[in-house]
Structure formats: structure tokens, C-alpha cells
Design a binder for this molecule. Structure first.
Ligand SMILES: *Cc1c(COP(=O)(O)O)cnc(C)c1O
Length: 243
């Protein structure tokens, strides 16, 4: 595939997903503009990232801090993008993330929050973050375990301290539900995240809890019906990932 045809096929798929987003939002009476589409380029080679930018896409999601920063540096002048970190961040990578990303979707521990706060202060910035919750309770997934509603108060002390960190700005929640072939089966998990958001909002009403980052290529429509404000779509726009 020539680069031009890659650019136009990414642009077409992006527009198709945008119109599906608008349909899903309108079907439940939501404003389509309330849903932001993040294009996930993790593991994709640089030429795919370049084609994505050439297609006019301006918000990219990446999972691995080093891989993303390397892409940013290689892009140089062409790096006109807002980078969002969506994968698990090890504490020792906190500095890389604080300095090189506009938004973190996957804040999953108090320890990481403290370090991000320190490095964000050093970089004289405030980092917008989402708290990641593991609503399915799977061992392979990151985030505070939120599978048992009767135990939600267990993580309130962590949330409370994170809200007090002055160089982090908590905007809402994020989740990655268990994978199902049938996207409809993810609905209860998305619903659970929204319920958890309402619970935290009741406990900490002074904070803005507007953002819900949920839904990927396979299940973004369901996520939007359940209140997603960010959907993170990779394969359906930039194609399958190299192994
Ligand atoms: C890879 C990934 C996505 C995108 O998944 P696709 O199936 O490519 O749409 C979204 N969110 C997270 C956290 C991911 O790791």
C-alpha cells in the first residue's frame, strides 16, 4: 500500500467510526460532541503514526511510555498531536509520562499518583488524569478492584489523597472490561463504571467527575450508550497491530 492510500483508508475508517459514534450518541439522546475519539497507535510502526497524523487525526493513545516518546521524538516537526497514555505505567516511568503526555487515562495506584504529582510539579504542569478501575476483577487487568460494590469504600482513602495532589487533576474514570466476542456482554461493566463514578461524585462533589474513558474497536457503541466520553479505538481505524 502506498502512503497516500494508507492515509485515505485511515481517514475513511476514522470518518466511519465518527459517524457510528454520532449514531450511538443520538440513539440515547446524547450530544455526539460529548464523545471524544482517541486513535490508539500502540505497537504500530512510525509510518502508520505518520499516516494517521496526515489523515488529520490529532489525539493519539499509546500504551508504552518509551515507545511513545520515541515516536514523538522521531516525528519532530510533524508531532502536532495530543498524546494520551492509556496503558499501565510502572512507577519508575512516572517522569517520562508526566513530561511527555497531555493526559493519563490509566492512573492505577496511589504510589504512581504521588510520583506523577512530583514530576508534574517539576515540569510546572498539571496533568489531567482518570482513575482506572478493574470492574471485571480479572487478575490480568490493572486498576483498583471495583468488582464488588460492597467493598468500594476500601479505595476511598487512595482517591481522597489523589484528589489532594495539586499537580494532578482528576477528571473521571477509565476501565477495560473483560473481552467478549459479543460486545453486548460488556454493557454491565460499563454501567458499573458509571455507577462508580456517581458514587465517587457523591463522596467528593467538589471534584469534576465528567469523563468516562471506556470502549474499544469492538464495543465502543455499547460504551457510548452507557455514558462514555472518551472511546479508545485502534484496530478499526489503523488496522491490526503487528505481533
Ligand atoms: C489496545 C487498547 C485499546 C484499543 O483496542 P482496539 O481493539 O485496537 O480498538 C484501547 N484501550 C486500551 C487500554 C488498549 O490497551
Amino acid at each position: 500500500m502506498t502512503n497516500n492510500s494508507l492515509v485515505s483508508s485511515i481517514r475513511e475508517r476514522y470518518q466511519k467510526i465518527q459517524s457510528q459514534i454520532a449514531d450511538a450518541a443520538q440513539a440515547v439522546g446524547r450530544n455526539p460532541d460529548s464523545v471524544k475519539l482517541l486513535v490508539v497507535t500502540k505497537k504500530q510502526p512510525l509510518f502508520v503514526v505518520e499516516a494517521t497524523i496526515a489523515a488529520g487525526i490529532r489525539i493519539l493513545g499509546e500504551n508504552y511510555p518509551e515507545e511513545a516518546v520515541q515516536k514523538q521524538e522521531t516525528l519532530g516537526e510533524k508531532n502536532k498531536v495530543e498524546w494520551h497514555m492509556i496503558g499501565h505505567v510502572q512507577s519508575r516511568k512516572a517522569r517520562l509520562v508526566a513530561e511527555n503526555f497531555a493526559f493519563l487515562h490509566s492512573l492505577d495506584s496511589l504510589k504512581l499518583a504521588r510520583r506523577l504529582n512530583r514530576f508534574s510539579a517539576g515540569a510546572e504542569k498539571t496533568l489531567p488524569v482518570l482513575l482506572e478501575f478493574n470492574v471485571g476483577g480479572e487478575l490480568s487487568k490493572s486498576g483498583w478492584d471495583a468488582s464488588d460494590e460492597s467493598r468500594w469504600e476500601v479505595f476511598l482513602p487512595d482517591v481522597e489523597e489523589i484528589l489532594s495532589l495539586s499537580n494532578l487533576e482528576v477528571r473521571g474514570l477509565m476501565t477495560m472490561p473483560p473481552f467478549y466476542q459479543d460486545a453486548e456482554l460488556t454493557r454491565p461493566y460499563f454501567r458499573q463504571l458509571r455507577k462508580l463514578r456517581d458514587y465517587l461524585s457523591d463522596h467528593y462533589p467538589l471534584n469534576q467527575w465528567n469523563q468516562l474513558s471506556m470502549g474499544t474497536s469492538g464495543d465502543f457503541r455499547i460504551a457510548i450508550e452507557e455514558g462514555a466520553t472518551f472511546v479508545r479505538v485502534g484496530q478499526a481505524i489503523v488496522g491490526s497491530r503487528p505481533l
